[in-house]
Design a protein around this ligand. Structure first.
Ligand code: G3I
Length: 355
């Protein structure tokens, strides 16, 4: 009975729609449009993902999700020192150029990651023998060759990555050992000389759990601003756990914004298995909890001045692509897409948080 009733209602709507169309001379009835959204079209600021070139080239689902959902991309590994500059006189642009080409064809912004980092260095650098002038030349040549190659194609760079310990002490990296404490400022100057239009970021993790670290980072950036060192943004990685508190998330985002610099949540992922329980299985309840954290991050970020919102980038796309399980030695599901690139609750939460 119910079925018949609904069928009659549906037929009447159909007839009404047809007569409306024909009365305006519209001809055939257009079926209702199925609205399938894209994340970036729903967001007031850029939303990105770091991408793996191998997956971009060999996994069509991955490639189409990147194309459809994001308007900013970062190379997960392809622009690191070792990937681009494997030996002293060799630069390998192939993978990074593939990404640039994809971005240009699909109208995506490219954020460069990362010019100088204490790790992922090729052995020719870690074994390099030379005085401070030779080290300076190595540093400057790498930065300027890379920035020049991508000039006009990469809008922004993580110039230096992870230069502080969690205690707030500057990291005793090979660069600091060879070049002194102020080498970081010079990296920014070298990058700026090569592309004065590029936005230059300092990128690090731990702002949300170490007040000492974020204080040291902010002090360095304020010092750079006072000295006229060209720095435009602060990248906060945000590899966080589902248990991370509202207070810590807010403190990180708002302290970064207090610099007046652009703020990039640059490597967001939210771990569900921080205690590294072997054999843990994903449940809907876990997905819902995770979504609430994603939403809080986005909502808090949305509240900083719009001119400082450089965007939010997740560290890869689907759960199966994440670096977390390998690093943690246990399963995890830290991203807004599952292993089949289906949207998890976190996906809608990101959009909701930005409303
Ligand atoms: O490409 C080689 C491959 O030829 C080799 O067979 C294989 C064997 O291990 O290694 C491959 O390289 C790995 C590379 O990822 C590409 O998959 C490296 O060993 C591995 O160390 C590297 O890990 C990356 C890591 O940075 C170190 O560069 C992760 O994918 C990447 O997600 C991670 O990203 C970092 C950010 O750059 C900075 N912030 C933290 C974040 C997570 O660690």
């Amino acid at each position: 009975m119910k079925k018949i009733f609904f069928s009659i209602i549906a037929i009447s709507f159909f007839i009404a729609a047809c007569s409306k169309k024909s009365s305006t001379g519209g001809g055939a009835v257009t079926p209702p449009t199925v609205i399938d959204t894209s994340m970036y079209t729903m967001m007031p600021f850029a939303v990105g993902a770091s991408v793996n070139i191998n997956l971009m080239q060999n996994n069509t689902k991955y490639n189409s999700v990147v194309k459809k959902e994001y308007n900013s991309i970062t190379a997960e590994n392809a622009m690191k020192f070792g990937a681009l500059h494997p030996s002293a006189n060799t630069y390998n642009w192939t993978d990074a150029d593939y990404l640039i080409n994809f971005a240009q064809l699909n109208n995506k912004r490219v954020h460069g990651h990362t010019l100088i980092w204490y790790t992922s260095l090729p052995s020719w650098v870690t074994n390099f023998v030379g005085d401070s002038a030779a080290w300076e030349n190595l540093l400057k040549t790498h930065i300027q060759t890379v920035v020049t190659h991508f000039k006009g194609k990469v809008v922004s760079w993580d110039v230096v990555n992870e230069d502080f310990e969690d205690t707030g002490v500057p990291r005793n990296s090979i660069w600091r050992q060879k070049l002194g404490n102020d080498y970081v400022a010079r990296c920014f100057q070298y990058a700026n000389q090569a592309d004065p239009d590029a936005l230059l970021f300092y990128n690090d993790y731990g702002h949300e759990y170490s007040a000492a670290k974020r204080t040291a980072i902010i002090a360095m950036l304020n010092d750079f601003k006072a000295r006229g060192i060209p720095v435009h943004g602060i990248g906060m990685q945000f590899h966080i756990t589902v248990g991370q508190s509202d207070a810590n998330i807010s403190a990180a985002i708002n302290t970064a914004a207090s610099t007046g610099l652009k703020v990039h949540i640059s490597e967001l992922d939210i771990r569900l298995n921080a205690s590294a329980v072997q054999g843990l299985a994903y449940t809907n309840a876990m997905g819902v909890q995770q979504a609430a954290r994603y939403k809080y991050v986005v909502k808090t970020y949305k509240a900083i001045p719009a001119s400082q919102q450089f965007g939010i980038t997740t560290w890869n796309v689907g759960d199966a692509d994440s670096w977390i399980p390998g690093w943690q030695g246990a399963p995890d599901w830290p991203l807004p897409f599952d292993a089949n690139y289906l949207r998890k609750p976190a996906y809608a939460a990101i959009i909701d948080g930005a409303k």
